[in-house]
Design a binder for this molecule. Structure first.
Ligand code: TMP
Length: 203
């Protein structure tokens, strides 16, 4: 595929949305208008699934949770992501399939092979050009949060510790990924991210 696909990952409150915006602005200043997507969501069905997953106080089985994330991902992949990459666009994503491995696999305890299989179905095998993982202690991340907590954020801190550990392991296992210290100043992180993604562009 002709496009460039850059994914931001990390526990809630790690600063990925701030860094995604910084990269978008930098690309814009160089004349590139990236397409920004987020998971779960990004399509009409995906946004409804997002509400079920995050906004409603529902109790659900870990497998149900996984399949809802995958349903949102499948819709986003077919309707938006694949067409954009085939057309040669730059796509920046606030989370993608690695989040299901970290949250539903390491966090909820679902079998990682099962999660990977579901990811492959939902993504049609599309993989990021680069995944940027921001690593930060759970206590620091949660101290930063200003908005009301959603359903996942209300999970106990041990859950978020497992997710963080999961991301650290996934960073080691995943080609074309980097783990950065999310406690560093935002401007410094933005430079590190730029260094990592710049080779994909011909500036
Ligand atoms: P966010 O948009 O604030 O990052 O919220 C998304 C939440 O959903 C966040 O708590 C992480 C969680 N999540 C999963 O548990 N599995 C997934 O596959 C994805 C994409 C997100």
């Amino acid at each position: 595929m002709r496009g460039i696909f850059i994914v931001f990952e990390g526990i809630d409150g790690c600063g990925k949305s701030t860094q995604l915006s910084a990269l978008r602005e930098r690309l814009r200043s160089l004349g590139v208008e990236p397409l920004v997507i987020r998971e779960p969501g990004g399509t009409p069905v995906g946004e409804q699934i997002r509400e079920i997953l995050l906004e409603r106080p529902l109790e659900m089985e870990p497998l149900t949770e996984l399949l809802l994330y995958e349903a949102s991902r499948s819709e986003l992949t077919r309707k938006i992501l694949r067409p954009a990459l085939e057309a040669g666009h730059v796509v920046l994503a606030d989370r993608f399939a690695m989040a299901s491995l970290a949250y539903q696999g390491y966090g909820r305890g679902l079998d990682l092979t099962l999660v990977q299989q579901c990811n492959t179905i939902a993504t049609e095998g599309i993989e990021p050009s680069m995944t940027i993982i921001l690593d930060i202690p759970v206590a620091v991340a949660f101290a930063r949060k200003k908005k009301a907590f959603d359903r996942l954020e209300r999970a106990p801190s041990e859950f978020h510790e497992r997710v963080r550990q999961g991301y650290r392991e996934l960073a080691q296992k995943t080609p074309r990924s980097i783990l950065l210290d999310g406690t560093r100043p935002a401007a410094e992180l933005a430079e590190q991210i730029w260094k990592a993604v710049r080779p994909f562009f011909q500036f």
